[in-house]
Write a protein that binds this ligand. Sequence first.
Ligand code: ZN
Length: 171
Amino acid sequence: MAFEDLLDDPVVQKYLHELVGPTGMPVAAAPPDGEVTDEELAERLGLELNDVRRALFILYENDLATYRRVRDEDSGWLTYLWTFEYDNIPENLAEEMDRLLEALRERREYELENEFYLCEVDSIRFEFGEAMDFGFECPECGSPLESMENTDMLASIDDRIDALESELNAA
Ligand SMILES: [Zn+2]
């Protein structure tokens, strides 16, 4: 079953965990074959119905689950039959990585275009304009603000960009 291979991937696990949180993770980590109701899932996983519904709704919002409504002939109650759509996970992840890459590139620009000053006591970083406004004195503790290199920061941003790019190219 392809879902199991997918769910073995730590990147996928992390992605799902970020979406549904720890309470929803049992739902996200155990996609059933075929359709299932929220009550069935709650019973099977020993979870509160509300937690199951919350997780399902988040999966739905992220195109990872769909539902259809069926009216029970006898009771007249509406039942929601859920289907997990985990085939969409790779595409979602690629989009996620694109967004992250975009954010990192913007951050890189920001680091390149600005000069920074540091209060070594509070470890607070100020942009040049801010530091100037404060007369190059920390507004928290009054220590002098020292000019700060951001080459390490830039190097680590570059590393992350490189890693993401090669991951995206490999996909
Ligand atoms: Zn300070």
